[in-house]
Design a protein around this ligand. Structure first.
Ligand code: RIB
Length: 413
């Protein structure tokens, strides 16, 4: 039994931002980091790190060598990975301070999959094997038809969802791993219950894993139905968490584990993945996921909601009082002692109050430098710094450039 993953490989350009940019808005970013990614690559790495034999089929471009490197370092077989004379696919990803993301994709080399290439690869696989697929390469429906004819077990993660994937004949799929937006896209149904009823009627043999974000997931096929909670961790970056889940699930099922067990390990692995920055780089190894099952706790809504509310109050206070914000005032506003407030801020945001304030001030300064002609003096008045040399030092530490240098570069771009 082998696992073949026909999928994308992306260079992820990850920008850390205060909030996801709105239409018509320009914002400064805290930093840019490059990570290996792409749903295909992430899932292959997850399958391999979960311990199974996996072949990645797909195309990288002229700038994609680091992607081949991480695949092979993780133990993925690259016999069917081609290099094309074209720019690699890439993703532009914003990650906000709560760890949520927003992504747009450049297809590049990921759309160089020819039907001949598909046929050539599939010749080496049989009904013993699994085929894992997402929707970031071209010719997905051709791959499904060809694999189905050979009796290969197909695991589809229909993401990102679009009209093309909506046309797929789901009766050819063995396992469908999808989220609620995708479930609605296929069925037009709002709730999990309605979706499962739709699937049971139209695709009775389908095994479905419906992921519900922090609420965990539901497994449903004609023989069983069960829910599994997600595990509670501090969210740093959710990018690639779904891919980690899919890869670990497939690996465990291929190994012969029960669906319950496979979902438990996959949930632990994806919890570990969200607690780190980056997609592929945040995917854990099997031993770490198994070990985490000893200490991870199921997600607790009430506790998390309370923390989220406190975080919101702190950020709002800083935003509205940028010039004069101080811990003493915040503690008065909250009705706590100053020392308790300091500890609480650190606990719910992961950073000290002074650090948060510094970040927000620098970010506002960067916005004003880019978008207005205010002098440095005017800017430091607005953000609440009295000392210009201190501001220059802090700005350089945060953005790697002096304020006026930053303005020049920003305007040039
Ligand atoms: O699922 C996460 C992935 O989606 C990222 O790595 C990015 O490349 C996009 O394809």
């Amino acid at each position: 039994m082998k696992i073949l993953n026909f999928g994308s490989c992306n260079v992820d350009n990850v920008y850390s931002v205060d909030h996801i940019v709105n239409a018509g808005e320009t914002i400064a970013t805290y930093k840019l980091e490059l990570f290996p990614g792409g749903k295909g690559l992430n899932q292959s790495i997850a399958v391999a790190r979960a311990g199974a034999e996996v072949y990645h089929a797909g195309c990288i471009g002229t700038d994609g060598d680091m992607l081949a490197d991480i695949l092979s370092d993780s133990g993925v077989d690259l016999t069917y990975l081609r290099k094309e004379n074209i720019k690699n696919g890439h993703a532009i990803i914003q990650v906000d301070k709560t760890g949520e993301n927003s992504i747009f994709l450049y297809k590049g080399s990921n759309y160089m999959i020819t039907k001949d290439f598909v046929d050539e690869v599939l010749e080496n696989f049989s009904s013993e094997d699994f085929l894992l697929l997402q929707n970031e390469i071209n010719n997905v429906s051709y791959i499904i038809d060809a694999a189905y004819k050979k009796g290969i077990k197909i695991v589809l993660n229909p993401s990102p969802f679009n009209e093309e994937i909506q046309q797929i004949d789901l009766s050819k799929i063995t396992y469908l791993i999808l989220n609620q937006v995708e479930a609605k896209g296929f069925s037009g149904k709002e709730t999990p219950e309605e979706f499962f009823a739709f699937a049971e009627k139209n695709y009775p043999d389908l095994k479905i894993i419906l992921t519900l974000g922090k609420r965990g997931c539901i497994f449903c096929d004609k023989d069983s139905y069960f829910e599994h909670p997600s595990f509670m961790v501090e969210t740093v970056d959710t990018t690639g968490a779904g891919d980690t889940f899919a890869g670990f699930f497939v690996s465990s099922v291929a190994e012969g584990k029960s669906y319950q067990e496979a979902i438990k390990i996959a949930s632990a692995a994806s919890a570990l993945a969200v607690s780190k920055m980056g997609a592929a780089t945040s995917i854990p190894y099997k031993k770490d996921a198994l070990e985490a099952l000893n200490y991870l706790k199921p997600y607790n809504y009430k506790k998390k909601d309370k923390l989220a509310k406190k975080r919101e109050v702190i950020f709002k206070y800083i935003e509205e009082n940028l010039e004069n914000a101080c811990l003493e005032d915040l503690s008065k506003a909250l009705g706590y002692s100053e020392s308790y407030t300091g500890t609480m801020v650190k606990r719910v945001t992961g950073e000290a109050f002074s650090q948060l304030l510094k970040k927000k001030r620098c970010m506002t300064a960067a916005e004003l430098l880019g978008e207005t002609d205010f002098s440095i003096g005017e800017i430091i008045n607005k953000i609440g710094y009295e000392n210009e040399s201190f501001f220059r030092k802090i700005f350089k530490e945060t953005y790697g450039k002096a304020p006026l240098e930053y303005r020049k570069l920003y305007r040039k771009n």
